[in-house]
Design a protein around this ligand. Structure first.
Ligand SMILES: NC(=O)c1ccc[n+]([C@@H]2O[C@H](COP(=O)([O-])OP(=O)(O)OC[C@H]3O[C@@H](n4cnc5c(N)ncnc54)[C@H](OP(=O)(O)O)[C@@H]3O)[C@@H](O)[C@H]2O)c1
Length: 310
C-alpha cells in the first residue's frame, strides 16, 4: 500500500495505548481523524483511560509477549506504534524479551500484514553496546525493529514530563518534603526534559506525514538543557522554595534501587539509575521536534499543571 493512502484508510494501532505516552498518541491521532485501536493486555482499561475524551479508540486485547494475540490488532492497520514499556524485569518479562524480541516480532508481523508505517518508541541514549541491561536492550531493540521492518521510524524521547509523570511530580513532591535533596552522583548529568504532549503530537505528525522520507531516527528533547543540579534549582525557584543539595554516589543509588524495585510501584529502579549516569540530551543535528514544526514547551508550564492537580 502506498503511504499516500494513509489518509484514506486511516487505521492506526497503538500498542501501549493506555500508557503515559501511548494514551496521548491515541488522542492526537483521533483528533487528526484516524481510526485508532488502543491495544492493551487489559482492554477494559481503555474505556477508563478515555472516559473523558470526545472520541473513543477501539479497545483491542493484545499482549506483545504472545505473538498469537497481536494479529487481530494489526489486521487492516496502516500504521503501528509500539509504545510498550518495561521498567522493571519480572519473571518472563525481561528487557530482552519485551524491548528486543517482542518488539521485533511486532515489527515483523506488521510488515507481513502490509502495514505502511511502524513507529518504535525507544529513548535517548539507547545503545546496543551499553553495560546496562536496560540501555543495551533498547539499543538492540531499535536494531531488531529496523531489520524486521525496513524504514521503521525510531523515536527517542528524552525524559518526559506531564502532570501525571513519574519524574517531575516526584521531584516537586520531594523538594517540598526533604530538608536535603539527594543528587545522582554530583548532579552533573545533563538532561533535556520534554513535555509528553509535544512527543505525542510529534508521533502523530510522523504518522500523518505523506511520503515520509529521510531520517528514520528522531530525538525529542525539550527547549532547555540542564544539569540535574541546575534542573532541581530551577524547579525549586519556580516553586518559590529553597533547596539544599547533597551528592550521593551512584553505587549507593544502585543498592537503594535494587531494594526499591521490590516495593509496589518501584519508587526508583536500577534502569533509572543507569540512565542518570549518562547525559540524556538530543544529539546535535539529529532531527527532532523542530523538523516537525513543534516548538517544545518549557517545564514551567508542566510545573503549573502539576501544582494545579496537587
Ligand atoms: N516516561 C518517560 O519519561 C520515557 C522517556 C523516554 C522513553 N520512554 C519510552 O516511551 C515508551 C512509553 O513509555 P511510558 O512511560 O508511556 O510507559 P507506561 O506509562 O508504563 O505505559 C506502558 C504501556 O505498555 C503496555 N504494556 C506493557 N506490557 C505490555 C505487553 N506485554 N503487551 C502489550 N502492552 C503492554 C501497558 O498497557 P497495559 O498494562 O494496559 O497492557 C501500557 O499501556 C516506552 O518505550 C518507554 O521506554 C519513556
Amino acid at each position: 500500500m502506498d503511504p499516500d493512502d494513509l489518509n484514506t484508510e486511516r487505521i492506526v494501532t497503538v500498542f501501549g495505548g493506555t500508557g503515559f505516552l501511548g494514551r496521548r498518541i491515541v488522542k492526537r491521532l483521533l483528533e487528526r481523524g484516524f481510526t485508532v485501536r488502543a491495544a492493551s493486555r487489559h482492554p477494559a482499561r481503555v474505556g477508563q483511560v478515555f472516559s473523558s475524551t470526545a472520541k473513543l479508540p477501539e479497545a483491542v486485547e493484545a499482549d506483545i509477549l504472545d505473538a498469537s494475540s497481536i494479529g487481530s490488532a494489526i489486521a487492516g492497520s496502516q500504521a503501528i506504534v509500539n509504545a510498550v514499556s518495561l521498567y522493571v524485569e519480572q519473571g518472563a518479562q525481561t528487557f530482552e524479551r519485551v524491548h528486543v524480541e517482542a518488539a521485533a516480532e511486532l515489527a515483523a508481523a506488521s510488515r507481513a500484514g502490509e502495514v505502511d508505517r511502524f513507529v518504535q518508541i525507544s529513548g535517548i541514549g539507547s545503545d546496543p553496546q551499553s553495560d546496562s541491561n536496560y540501555i543495551r536492550a533498547r539499543g538492540r531493540g531499535e536494531e531488531a525493529v529496523a531489520s524486521a521492518f525496513p524504514g521503521a521510524i525510531i523515536v527517542r524521547p528524552a525524559v518526559m514530563t506531564g502532570p501525571d509523570d513519574v519524574f517531575l511530580t516526584t521531584v516537586v513532591r520531594l523538594i517540598r518534603l526533604l530538608p536535603v535533596y539527594p543528587l545522582f552522583g554530583d548532579g552533573g548529568t545533563r538532561l533535556q526534559p520534554v513535555y509528553v504532549e509535544d512527543v505525542a503530537d510529534a508521533v502523530s505528525r510522523l504518522i500523518d506525514r505523506r511520503n515520509h522520507k529521510g531520517s528514520s531516527i528522531f530525538e525529542f528533547g525539550g527547549p532547555r538543557i540542564y544539569t540535574y543540579k541546575e534542573l532541581l534549582r530551577e524547579i525549586a525557584r519556580q516553586l518559590d522554595t529553597h533547596i539544599r543539595l547533597m551528592p550521593v554516589p551512584f553505587a549507593a543509588w544502585d543498592a537503594l534501587a535494587g531494594v526499591a524495585e521490590l516495593l509496589p510501584g518501584a519508587p526508583i529502579t536500577r534502569n533509572q539509575v543507569d540512565l542518570m549516569r549518562h547525559d540524556n540530551v538530543a544529539a546535535i543535528g539529529a532531527p527532532g521536534l523542530k523538523e516537525l514544526d513543534i516548538a517544545p514547551r518549557d517545564i514551567e508550564e508542566v510545573i503549573r499543571l502539576i501544582e494545579r492537580r496537587a
